[in-house]
Design a protein around this ligand. Structure first.
Ligand code: HEM
Length: 485
């Protein structure tokens, strides 16, 4: 539905509207009449304008663009959109903050969501990552608890640093991500000046059924830039939509942001012998061991026409794979394979994939029927079950995921490695003196309101194990001393 000037105003059922300024009343001072069905419809529809906001990543900005493959990676994956250099695939991206509500400020310290939908010629491929290569936890079972600590206290409805640091200090696998978050990169200058990562390990499979493990890195071609904390705080008050505005204005002005996509490839068998579990999302793979290989360019060149229809109704799922790309056994990713489509069915509806922003641009043939808001013809009179003798759509052998050997006891077990410290410490040691000072200042500022000394000491112990100087400086900033053990 688009409007041209001077069109006749109609009701949603298409009848011309006689008066859109005055409700119908019984006499000029009488009560309003139920007979004013246009008024009833208008108020009732208005009451239903909001869908539930995303339980996480509620505040976001989106843009359309294209992905162009620049390398031949067919020896690693049969994914058709990566088949040959020069191939272009339309895509849509949604950037977001994690913890805040739909109207919250953009320039806060938080990871940024980096969710990409590639409309490939073999279906939609969603890469639902962040601007950080690792995550706070490594098992999906901890996610709801983790997010509770990031959201508001049930009584005060305030953010609660006590809960945040209690959880992190009791979940030391978070240390690497906490260090990134508290560093300068915790507040990007704009959405255009940050990298993106798939974060998890995924599997790529080629046309011969040969598989490798893969990690994705989108490197910003604008260069990484971050915001000074004082500027960010000021902006959060003066222009809470600063990042949203920047992205929209840049694209509107023809200054199209772009990213170069790289992958790290790990031979399948290396997963058994690598020095830590490569499916542990709290760790990065060394680029010396697995160097970056260029895949292509992603360019954002078109703003959404309508925020609700495109950005709010967009549904990204880490489980939307296309042939040639599959899941790994990463315990976080495995949980996410369930969580997103479940959220979409609740938030947008069972037929969310038939909305224009989510609809694949390739052919869609399946036997799902009915459900609320079915607006795509519902398969008409075509055959509605499978198998059938009427030539209905049938499975493709070549789309079967690669078989993968598994063994062991069904049990709830942790990852083998409890070294949460080496990579966080390596990152600390990579920083310049000024960057270390800002990191410590940010952590101290965030930890000062923590009420329990026990929580502060436990967390300082983790910083100390990553690098004694790191722990000592945070302790000093908080006016505490760390026991040697
Ligand atoms: C959004 C769950 C971990 C990135 C969401 C949503 C849910 C969710 C329910 C809202 C979806 C919607 O309403 O459309 C989970 C669970 C996780 C997890 C259960 C762990 C088991 C992660 C990780 C990353 C991530 C590790 C990044 C590496 C995102 C992004 C969005 C999102 C970018 C926003 C997508 C959009 O723009 O629509 N998550 N998440 N999440 N999540 Fe996660």
């Amino acid at each position: 539905m688009t409007h041209s000037p001077h069109n006749k105003l109609t009701t949603s059922w298409g009848a011309p509207v006689g008066d859109n300024q005055n409700s119908m009343t019984a006499g000029s001072r009488g009560p309003t009449l139920i007979q004013d069905v246009h008024l009833l419809e208008k108020l009732a529809h208005f009451n239903r304008e909001r869908v539930p906001e995303r339980v996480v990543h509620a505040k976001g900005a989106g843009a359309h663009g294209y992905f162009e493959a620049t390398n031949d990676l067919s020896s690693y994956t049969k994914a058709s959109f990566l088949a040959k250099p020069g191939k272009r695939t339309p895509m849509f991206i949604r950037f977001s903050t994690v913890a805040g509500e739909l109207g919250s400020a953009d320039t806060v310290r938080d990871p940024r969501g980096f969710a990409v939908k590639f409309y490939t010629d073999e279906g939609n491929y969603d890469l639902v990552g962040n601007n950080t290569p690792v995550f706070f936890i490594r098992d999906a079972i901890k996610f709801p608890d983790f997010i509770h600590t990031q959201k508001r206290h049930p009584q005060t409805h305030l953010k609660n640093p006590n809960a945040v640091w209690d959880f992190w200090s009791l979940s030391p696998e978070s240390l690497h991500q906490v260090t990134i978050l508290m560093s300068d990169r915790g507040i990007p200058a704009t959405l255009r000046h940050m990298h993106g990562f798939g974060s998890h390990t995924f599997k790529w499979v080629n046309a011969h059924g040969e598989a490798v493990w893969v990690k994705y890195h989108f490197k910003t071609n604008q260069g990484v830039r971050n915001l000074d904390v004082d500027v960010a705080a000021k902006l959060a008050g003066e222009n809470p939509d600063y990042h949203t505005e920047d992205l929209f204005n840049a694209i509107a002005a023809g200054d199209f942001p772009s990213w170069t996509l790289y992958v790290q490839i790990m031979p399948l068998q290396d997963a058994d012998t690598y020095r830590f579990d490569p499916f542990d999302v709290t760790k990065v793979w060394s680029q010396k061991d697995y160097p970056l290989i260029e895949v292509g360019q992603m360019v954002l060149n078109r703003n959404p026409d309508n925020y609700f229809a495109e950005v709010e109704q967009a549904t990204f799922s880490p489980g939307s794979f296309v042939p040639g790309i599959e899941a790994s056994p990463d315990k976080m990713l495995q949980g996410r394979l369930f969580a997103y489509s479940d959220a979409h069915r609740y938030r947008v509806g069972a037929n969310h994939n038939s909305l224009p922003i989510n609809r694949p641009q390739s052919e869609v043939n399946h036997y799902q029927r009915d459900g609320q808001m079915r607006a795509d013809g519902n398969g008409g009179g075509s055959v509605y079950y499978e198998p059938n003798s009427y030539g209905g759509p049938a499975q493709s052998e070549t789309a079967k995921p690669a078989a993968y050997e598994v063994s062991g006891k069904a049990d709830s077990v942790d990852y083998d490695s409890h070294d949460h410290y080496t990579q966080a410490g390596d990152l600390y040691r990579l920083l310049s003196e000024e960057e270390r000072a800002r990191l410590v200042r940010n952590i101290v500022g965030a930890m000062l309101p923590v009420e329990k000394a026990e929580i502060k000491l436990r967390q300082i112990g983790h910083f100390y194990k990553a690098d004694p100087e790191y722990g000592r400086r945070v302790a000093e900033g908080l006016g505490l001393s760390v026991p040697e053990n």
